[in-house]
Design a protein around this ligand. Structure first.
Ligand SMILES: [Zn+2]
Length: 340
């Protein structure tokens, strides 16, 4: 039995209390003084969901000042050339290393947009055991056999964007996912504003970025219950800022993702800190960051039953060291996360 004590996150608020942990799960929660000497003290949250990653590209040397097109646009951005040329062993090793770092940072599950077609999915399956893998076709046009192969190896499919693949191709991929009962997701409005009506017509499980989205675009997602994953540190690298305060104001479900491994490690505290700063600067409430960090990630994972949640239950907990009096101090700390 392990005893975790401190500020326990409970549906949007923190209560002083404790959590007892046994046999790999939470067996008791309580308020007030813990019944035993705590093994760890700090801010207690469920295992976090990193709602958007590209875990294989840690080996890419991204230079500051590179544009989105130069770095990540398919098919010939630096990242895609790297993924084609790197050996299976290198990619597997980097993905495995990413997962170990994620777990040690208190991330229980991450949702990976896995590039590289069937090969990328098979490598991910070998290297990872805590990821939801959303594969991506590499064919220049729709190939039903390729989609079937990817769906046999991955949990679902995520495309780069409608702009990158074209609307007809995107529709056919989305259709195949829905037919198979699997999640479909995509980046939307990262480089330029994209047609939100087209994006939501694909019935995605969630969308990523929406940096260039208008209020109406955001409201379309909010009204249809399509969650938005924001990646503030990745956006910052490209000189962009997410409109997160407005997203929350308009009622969107907002979650956090660390995006490309070459730009950001899987560290949700760093991502949440960046989001809290943005919320402050946009007139929002920085403490809303916890709702995005905890509930937002779980909603993305569980919004649709089509996304399996193999590890997550509310019966998990990790402890973020918190050197200050408010929970926000935990976001500034880079002390080790206690993972029971
Ligand atoms: Zn991405």
């Amino acid at each position: 039995m392990k005893c975790l004590a401190g500020k326990v996150y409970d549906g949007g608020v923190f209560r002083d209390g404790y959590v007892l942990w046994e046999g790999g799960r939470v067996v008791e929660r309580g308020e007030g003084r813990p019944p035993a000497e705590p093994d760890s003290v700090g801010v207690i949250v469920p295992e976090m969901v990193d709602a958007h990653t590209h875990c294989a590209d840690a080996g890419v040397k991204a230079e500051p000042g590179m544009t989105l097109e130069e770095l990540v646009a398919p098919p010939d951005g630096l990242k895609h050339r790297y993924l084609r040329e790197a050996s299976d062993g290198t990619l597997e090793r980097d993905m495995g290393g990413f997962e170990r770092t994620a777990l040690s940072n208190g991330i229980g599950t991450f949702i990976d947009f896995r590039e590289g077609g069937l090969r990328g999915c098979l490598l991910a399956r070998r290297a990872l055991s805590h990821a939801v893998v959303l594969g991506r076709p590499v064919s220049g046009e729709f190939d039903g056999a390729e989609i079937a192969d990817i769906l046999s190896a991955a949990d679902g499919i995520a495309i780069s964007s409608v702009t990158d693949v074209g609307p007809r191709y995107a529709e056919r991929i989305a259709h195949e996912c829905h037919r198979a009962g699997r999640p479909f997701a995509l980046h939307v409005s990262e480089r330029v504003r994209e047609d939100i009506d087209l994006a939501v017509s694909l019935e995605p499980a969630f969308v990523v970025h929406m940096v260039e989205a208008t209020d109406r675009d955001i409201s379309e997602c909010a009204d249809r219950g399509i969650g938005i994953v924001v990646c503030p540190r990745s956006n910052r690298f490209f000189g962009k800022t997410t409109r997160a305060a407005r997203m929350l104001e308009l009622g969107a479900d907002v979650a956090l993702g660390t995006d490309n491994a070459m730009l950001c490690p899987p560290d949700m505290r760093g991502e949440a800190r960046a989001l809290a700063d943005i919320l402050s600067s946009q007139g929002g409430d920085p403490s809303d960051v916890w709702h995005c960090l905890v509930d937002g990630g779980w909603k993305i994972l569980n919004r649709t039953k089509r996304i399996p949640a193999p590890f997550g239950t509310a019966d998990t907990a990790v402890v973020l060291p918190c050197p200050g009096k408010t929970p926000e101090a935990a976001l500034d700390s880079d002390g080790p996360v206690f993972v029971p």
